[in-house]
Design a protein around this ligand. Structure first.
Ligand code: CMP
Length: 166
């Protein structure tokens, strides 16, 4: 059974748009809700992580430390997702993610995603493109923009390796 509005929330997430109704319902059933208070850390940079999160209500800020100073690289709201970088590449968490207000997130684990890759191979491509763009955003150097395609090919390979596909 899914919680309140999980299916509607997940079906409105762009990367999950290609999923069938059954797949979205199964994903909702495998999702776990967590509520964070304002200022609470959802993800800590450098940690290991094997799940991703969809914002179900509220807002989070993605922050890195740049020359010793905190810098906000993005603010994510209802329907946005985060935590996909460590989940899909096996790398440590690339940034802190902090609740800006009371925020409910839906946590999706490795196993639930692996299942979806079997039936939706295009998901790997769309995720790797988003990860490549976000990596460029973390570096915040506009001249890196051209590298998204190249970077995304490397990420496709690492996602496939990490999830045990050829
Ligand atoms: P992960 O590295 O697992 O944990 C931190 C998360 O912050 C990361 O996954 C992304 O989901 C998110 N993130 C990193 N960089 C950006 C960015 N430039 N824009 C939006 N979200 C980002």
């Amino acid at each position: 059974m899914d919680g309140s509005g999980f299916i509607e929330r997940l079906s409105a997430v762009d990367i999950f748009a290609p999923l069938s109704t059954e797949e979205t319902a199964r994903l909702a059933g495998a999702s776990v809700s967590h509520v964070f208070a304002p200022g609470e850390i959802v993800i800590r940079a450098g940690d290991e992580g094997s799940s991703m999160f969809v914002v179900h209500g509220g807002r989070v800020s993605v922050q890195i430390t740049d020359n010793g100073k905190p810098r906000t690289v993005a603010v994510l709201k209802d329907g946005d997702f985060f935590g996909e970088m460590a989940l899909f590449t096996g790398e440590p968490r690339a940034a802190n993610v902090v609740a800006l207000e009371e925020t409910e997130v839906l946590e999706i684990g490795h196993q639930a995603m692996k299942h979806l890759f079997d039936t939706n191979p295009d998901l790997v491509d769309s995720l790797s493109h988003i990860i490549a763009e976000r990596k460029v955003g973390l570096n915040a150097k506009p001249e890196n923009g051209d590298n998204v395609e190249v970077e995304s090919e490397g990420i496709i390979a690492s996602i496939k390796r990490f999830f045990g596909f050829d």
